[in-house]
Structures are given as C-alpha cells and as structure tokens.
Design a protein around this ligand. Sequence first.
Ligand SMILES: Cc1cc2nc3c(=O)[nH]c(=O)nc-3n(C[C@H](O)[C@H](O)[C@H](O)COP(=O)(O)O)c2cc1C
Length: 476
Amino acid sequence: MHKLPVVIQGGMGAGVSGWRLAQAVSRTGQLGVVSGTALDEILVRGLQDGDPGGDIRRALDAFPFREMAERIGRKYYIAGGKAAMAAYASTPPHAKDEPRERIELCLLGNFVEVFLAREGHDNPVGINYLEKLQVPHLPSMYGAMLAGVDYVLMGAGIPLQVPGVLDRLARHEAVEYTLHVTGSREGDDLAVRFDPRDYADRALAPLRRPAFLAIVSSNTLAATMLRKASGKVDGLIIETRTAGGHNAPPRGKLQLTAEGEPVYGERDAIDLARIRELGAPFWLAGGYGSAAKVREALELGATGVQVGTAFAFTRESGLREDLKQALLEKAQRHEAEIFTDPLASPTGFPFKVARLEGTCSEDAIFAARPPVCDLGFLRELYRDDDGKIAYRCPAEPLSVYVTKGGRAEDAAGRKCLCNALMANIGHQQVRCGRHVEPPLVTAGDDLTEIAGFLPAGAVSYGAVDVLEALLGGARC
Ligand SMILES: Cc1cc2nc3c(=O)[nH]c(=O)nc-3n(C[C@H](O)[C@H](O)[C@H](O)COP(=O)(O)O)c2cc1C
C-alpha cells in the first residue's frame, strides 16, 4: 500500500467531491476521494451540458474499450449544451436486471471521474460508495479500477462483500453481489452479476487491487468488518454523528429533541481503545476539520482524519457557486445552521440539512415540488406478491408507494434526495419547460466554522487553504 495519508478528503455525493476537488487534494500528497454516487447520471448530464472544457470527452478518449466510449459520447453530447430550460434526457432507474447501456454508463462514468482526478500527478486517489445503493456497485467499481483507482471507501451499510469483489475484478473475473430485498425468501435469486469479459473488446493486463477502507460508526461494525469481510479490509474510517451527509441512526427506539433531531446516548459512543486493539489503521471523521482536532486524532492513535464539510465549500468542489457563497456568507454572519433530519432521506438514515432559503430545507419549497421519482437511486427493492423483485421509494407519490405495499407513516417527511442532490451540483432537472428542481444542501455541524478558511480579504477558499489549516502548512 502507499504511504498512508494524514488527511482524507471524504467522499461527498453526489458530485460534491468531484474530480477537481479530489485532484487538488491528491496533488498535495493527501488523499483526494471522488464520490462514486450517480456517476452514470453525472456523465450523461455533463455531456448534455456541452462538456465545457472538453474534460469528459478527453477522459472518454482514454477508455480502453473504444467503441463503447465513442457510442455513448455521440449519443449524449450536445455541442454548446442543452437549452437552459430544456429537460435532460431521462435514463431508466437502476434495476436488478439492467439494460446493457445502464451498465456501460456506470463503467464509463466511474472511469471518467477517476481518470480526471488522477490526471497530471502520480499520487493516490480514492472513490467513495454508499453500500445501500447496491445495484450499480459491480460495474462502477470495475470502471474506477480501469482508471487505476487506489482506494475504495464505503459506508452507509455493511460492505462485507466488497473486498472479495475487488480481488476478483483486479483479475477481470466475473463477480456477483447479493442485494438486500425486503421480504425476500429462501431460494430467491438476489444476486446481480457482472462479467468484465462481456464488456471488454480485448484482453487487459491484471489491474491494481485498490486498498479498501470501511466507513463505520460503531465498535461492533468495525470488528465485524475486519473479521467477516470477504477479503482484506485495509483500514477503517470511524465516523461520528456530527459528520455531513447521512449519519448512523441512534441505537434503540428513535427519540427526538424538542426541535425534532434524533437523540443519541451513551450506547452510541465509540470506544477508541477497542478500535486501537483491532490493530488496523484508522481515521476519525466528523468534526475533525481543524489543526487542533488533527493533533487530537493523532494522539488518540489514529493514522489521521477524514474531513468533508470544510472541503465541500472550496472553489474546487462541485457544489453550485450560489449555494457555496450563500452558506459561506451565513457562516461569516454566524447564522449557519444544520438540522439533523430524521425523515428527509428515503434511506431511513438521519440526514444533515443546511438551512438555506430557496432550497428544500424550507417547507414551502419542498411542498411546491411535484413528487416525481424518476432517478430512483435510493429506491428500496422488495419482493412483490408475485415473488418478483419490485422497487419503491418513500419519496415517490404517496398513493403509488402505498399501492406497492409501502406504509404511509414511512413516507412522512421524505424528500427526493436524488433530484435535490443533482440540483446541488448544477444538474437540476427541468420539467415542462418551467419547473426547476430545487436543491437541498447537506453539511456537517462544522458548517459554522467554514469562514475560518477564508484567507484575509478573500471571498472564497481552496482545498490547499483547508490542508494548510489542518496540517499547519507542513505537508502541502
Ligand atoms: C456534502 C457532503 C456529502 C457527503 N456525502 C457522503 C457520501 O456520499 N458518502 C459518504 O460515505 N460520506 C459522505 N459524506 C461524509 C464525508 O465523507 C465525511 O466523512 C464527513 O463529512 C466528515 O465529517 P465533517 O463533515 O465534520 O468534516 C458527506 C459529507 C458532506 C459534507
């Protein structure tokens, strides 16, 4: 393995930790991580936006299987970009039996993002996936490996199957991944399968097997990953509930504060002495975005820290400029606020939401959004009455969700994160030429501190400013 980084810039989906941010961090010798979430959709929307600068097309030119890259490039690229109020082409949501093109989009989307993050330097780059979004995992990881990804990081679930998959994909062998299907029965076929040879138009040399880091939020899960995974787990990211994005739910019955946030207790605390005893390298995440917290983590025996929020508002992040600026200004005025929403995410995990006018954090904006479910990354797989695998999302229209056997109480307060997260990075869908999907920004409790990274007199800051603040300028 490479020299281990002190700072891991955490994966931030969808597209917030895009290749520009990961490249900026990796160039300094710390670990830049691209988000692997929805890269197929980000690819096709980037091409329809005209691929300004030609980065996507340059990366597609480097893809080893030429016919596939050229065909997809031709199909989605719009010279000069689509009209601002025109809709993006719709792609079918992921499903167990995927159309071939959907798999190709995963291969290409993941390849493009990692290729661009690695371009122009020799330092390691990582990719982050959410375990819960299982269907696209296999072609996504293979696409990232074809581009030479050095680390795969995965949380939001229990990624026991992943290390073994990486071993096999490095040898271009067929792989399978067992899906979680609600209500499944013994004997049901729950596996998605992927054979690289079905997509390769020529034989390739073996690939480098990336290091695998599991993102966990409890001692039990940390130990389980090291003991029971299907292959080598090279390290652990220990993430606490102040972190941006999704958080682990509290143990036991959900209780809420007067403001409606989940209450965490003693049983949710992580015992770092027991983590140290496991003997694997580990990084601490959630509120570690300062020099003092980096020192504290190192003193606690960690190899380093994983930081997200501080990087989400850098010039290089994929977040829309207007959203970055609005939240930076709020932070400067000491008005930045985070709400840990127990309901917003269709995954059922608590999700941190930055309060911001004009986004779905406002009730009126959320209520005015038609409840369309057309991206479907977060859909739940369930066994229907005929024994087939079907799909539902608690953020889809309630009547549809209930018809599919979903419970109305499980749908209350759910928000369409798929469409909102696309809007956050400037890929907002437009419907009927007038309705524009509103964003919904996530960030950690450290949002209140981001103005501290601004150099004197500046209105924006870069990844290097964050790294200098964390490492005292010593390592950049
Ligand atoms: C905007 C944003 C999006 C995130 N998305 C993901 C994600 O897709 N996958 C993931 O494992 N973690 C995600 N995270 C968590 C980060 O990778 C990181 O662990 C966390 O931000 C560290 O805590 P901090 O926010 O206090 O720095 C996200 C964080 C932010 C701020």
